[in-house]
Design a protein around this ligand. Structure first.
Ligand code: GLU
Length: 304
């Protein structure tokens, strides 16, 4: 398979087409990002690495970081985390409040904001220094000690995150947030502000394509069964209310963020990250979805 040729021809074609959508304007710092940025990086398990465009430029990974926080909580506490949240797609927007009242403060899954806030709460309850230890975990799985939060983006979201405040206090009223909501929200805004390039992201996610082990040395991060569960959740809930369409068109477990990044995994084969900041109405990158759809069509590889 000539991945280089496939990536380069899809990239060039999409770049020549209209770039449509909106930036994540509700976070003032993200409204300043250049919407023409476009990067792709493919890491093949024990094979080639191919980057195109702005693949080495760091961006705000936003909700993609929720995969890391889920892995950390799952690795530490195992199956009991599912007492505090479900594993079903929500069928609503990523920041929706509507199900929480009916379902008594139990979020549908760990990737909608409500579920990610509960994961932050779990980590705060079990770690001495959650912000530092979470960063250490991401640095460890990515083998990259340089990774960091963006305090500017975290503060920008903190100053405007009314909906996330509402979600956190609402869940707290049902007893499913155990710590001080201010601390939970601060940790949440920081983990969303993590900055990584497509190259760094596709490298960091390789363990999910490698049955839970680091690809360089087979060091175990998650068990095979835990890895299967994370990939299944990415498949069913990773793109919010567009997860069904993503499975239908792309056919790979994936996770998006409102910074415009999407990561997708082909188990035992590769991990691919695409970044383009303009978002569609579901909050997912317009060009990244387009790219991945054409990529899995051209390669004729999908888990289905
Ligand atoms: N920090 C963003 C928020 O809470 C994350 C959403 C996303 O990337 O989908 O609204």
């Amino acid at each position: 398979m000539n991945y280089n040729e496939i990536i380069s021809s899809i990239y060039t074609k999409i770049k020549s087409e209209d770039n449509i959508g909106d930036l994540a304007n509700y976070i003032p710092e993200l409204a300043k990002v250049n919407p023409e940025k476009f990067g792709v990086h493919l890491s093949i398990l024990k094979g080639e690495k191919i980057g195109m465009g702005d693949y080495q430029e760091k961006f705000s990974i936003q909700s993609i970081a929720k995969v890391f926080s889920l892995c950390m909580a799952f690795e530490m506490l195992g199956e009991k985390i599912w007492d505090r949240m479900g594993v079903e797609p929500s069928g609503t927007a990523f920041n929706s409040l509507v199900q929480l009242e009916k379902e008594k403060g139990i979020p549908r899954n760990p990737f909608i904001n409500a579920g990610a806030l509960v994961i932050c709460d779990i980590l705060i309850s079990h770690l001495k220094n959650p912000m530092g230890e979470f960063l250490d975990f991401v640095r460890f799985i990515s083998g990259n000690p340089q990774l960091n939060y963006s305090p500017t983006i975290a503060n920008s979201e903190k100053a405007s995150g009314y909906l996330n405040n509402a979600l956190c206090y609402f869940i707290k009223s049902y007893g499913n947030i155990h710590n001080n909501p201010t601390d939970v929200l601060d940790f949440y805004f920081h983990l969303c502000s993590l900055e990584m390039s497509c190259e760094e992201l596709s490298g960091a996610f390789m363990f999910l394509a490698n049955e839970g082990m680091k690809s360089e040395n087979n060091q175990v991060i998650l068990s095979k069964s835990q890895t299967k569960r994370i990939n299944a959740l990415m498949q069913t809930c990773g793109l919010y209310d567009e997860s069904g369409e993503f499975a239908f068109k792309i056919g790979l477990p994936g996770k998006s963020g409102v910074g415009g990044g999407i990561i997708a995994i082909y188990p035992k084969q590769y991990s691919i990250a695409v970044w383009s900041p303009f978002l569609n109405t579901k909050g997912n990158s317009h060009r990244a979805i387009k790219f991945l759809e054409q990529f899995t069509t051209r390669t004729q590889l999908s888990i289905f």
